[in-house]
Design a protein around this ligand. Structure first.
Ligand code: HPA
Length: 269
């Protein structure tokens, strides 16, 4: 069966578990999964029970789809994602986002943990993504195009919806959080960057670096969804601080800011 049929099979299996018609989709990044516990009237479906979904492999990624409401808005939350660096095909990495699109969400909020490059960023900051740079070395739309998923050459001149960026900035202000905005750059990982690479990425215009989000954003725009992105700056990028990088620092920072992160997402939705 083709990709489209697999997507629709997953959609049907989700509809059989919950009649909810979600308006907004959310993807929760490393260490940021706790938000899913704030979903009211939740139906949680482990990825293993949805046809063609891959397991989320990283510590701090639960791996379930949570359907319910947040502040009365019907949402579909992907608690955990699978990453390209785990060895998955890129079609599998973007599969859940396409399923949310075909479930009917109009807007998609992508979140991630990222290293801070821009001078103004500090660990614990929540950065609104205003644009991205794809240096993963691949594009998820490579191959035959299925028009049912979007056009052959989708426009990427405004991936991150300007109105969504404004609402997130307004929510940050309302919560007394420093409003930060920047460009997210994606590499394939899984090794962290070298200091020389970070100097290169800074010269290229990146404010934050990570290993996800960009393929999902591309496929969401391909589908015509409105996209928003928030990076939790969990650490300063390599060479910017003297400290070596560790996944532990990433999850500890995410844990430290989780209340701000949850309140921000609740307001934005
Ligand atoms: N580099 C790449 N990915 C990351 C980082 C980083 O410094 N922090 C969290 N994810």
């Amino acid at each position: 069966m083709g990709q489209y049929e697999n997507i629709m099979e997953a959609v049907e299996s989700i509809r059989a578990r919950s009649p909810l018609a979600p308006r907004a989709g959310v993807v929760l990044g490393s260490g940021l999964g706790e938000f899913a516990n704030r979903v009211a009237d939740a139906v949680a479906i482990p990825y293993g029970e949805i046809p063609h979904f891959r397991q989320a492999g990283v510590a701090g990624h639960a791996g379930r789809l949570v359907l319910g409401t947040v502040g009365g808005v019907p949402v579909a939350v992907l608690q955990g994602r699978c990453h390209y660096y785990e060895g998955h095909d890129i079609e599998d990495v973007v599969f859940p986002v396409r399923v949310l699109g075909k479930l009917g969400v109009g807007g998609l909020l992508l979140t991630n943990a990222a290293g801070g490059i821009g001078q103004a960023l500090r660990p614990g900051d929540l950065m609104v993504i205003r644009d991205h740079i794809n240096l993963m070395g691949l594009n998820p739309l490579r191959g035959a195009n299925d028009e049912r998923l979007g056009p052959r050459f989708p426009d990427m001149s405004a991936v991150y919806d300007p109105a969504f960026q404004e609402s997130i900035a307004a929510a940050q202000a309302a919560l007394g959080l420093q409003p930060k905005k920047g460009v997210y750059l994606a590499l394939s990982g899984p090794s962290y960057e070298t200091p020389a690479e970070i100097r290169m990425l800074a010269a290229l215009g990146a404010d934050a670096v990570g290993m996800s989000t960009v393929p999902e954003a591309i496929c969401a725009r391909h589908l015509g969804l409105r996209v928003a992105g928030v990076s939790c700056i969990t650490n300063l990028a390599a060479g910017i601080s003297a400290q070596p990088l560790s996944h532990r620092e990433v999850t500890e920072t995410a844990e430290r800011v989780k209340n701000d992160f949850i309140r921000l997402l609740e307001l934005v939705i």
